[in-house]
Design a protein around this ligand. Structure first.
Ligand code: ADP
Length: 160
């Protein structure tokens, strides 16, 4: 059974994340999308809401499991018996940070590899922060996020 972990903030999950996830499920028997509880970041959505939105958005993806973790990603991957960490790459600036992270992770845990999937060209400009900004400014995020995310962000905008 080949298991991969797809870690991130997912604040909120976007169609770019879903695209990476669906391509990862072709390569692995199980993909665990896992929200990192990162004390360094102040998310817009709390952990429970992010998990709920991911669960709804991935309900028709049987190979996907939804989870959360804190601490080192490699330790979490070992605990989940995963052999691989999945990350998405959009632009060159992603690459530099990700390369450093992948090398550090390999140094700590050589038995776990990192695989990078190039994002779909149509999502190359897409990030969670961009989605939040567009939504709060009243823009259309229809083709950028799953339906449940759009509904939730619209609700937040109306109550702001
Ligand atoms: P993090 O804080 O770990 O970067 P994100 O939720 O922003 O968390 O991203 C999680 C992963 O998804 C990262 O590997 C990131 O590069 C990737 N990703 C983010 N947006 C996209 C996108 N539009 N297309 C493909 N991959 C993406």
């Amino acid at each position: 059974m080949k298991v991969a972990v797809y870690p991130g903030s997912f604040d909120p999950i976007t169609n770019g994340h879903i695209d990476i996830l669906s391509r990862a499920t072709v390569l692995f028997d199980k993909v665990i999308i896992s929200v990192l509880e990162n004390p360094e970041k102040t998310p817009l959505l709390d952990l429970e809401k992010r998990l709920e939105l991911i669960r709804t958005a991935t309900k028709d993806m049987p190979k996907v499991e939804v989870d959360c973790f804190s601490g080192l990603t490699v330790n979490y991957a070992l605990q989940k018996k995963a052999c691989t960490i999945i990350r998405g790459l959009r632009v060159i600036s992603d690459f530099e940070k990700e390369l450093q992270m992948a090398h550090i992770n390999r140094k700590m845990t050589p038995e776990i590899d990192t695989i990078f999937l190039m994002c779909n060209l149509k999502y190359a400009f897409l990030s969670s922060s961009m989605v939040k900004e567009i939504s709060f400014l009243g823009g259309d995020i229809n083709c950028l996020v799953p339906e449940c995310v759009k509904t939730h962000l619209n609700k937040l905008r109306e109550t702001r």
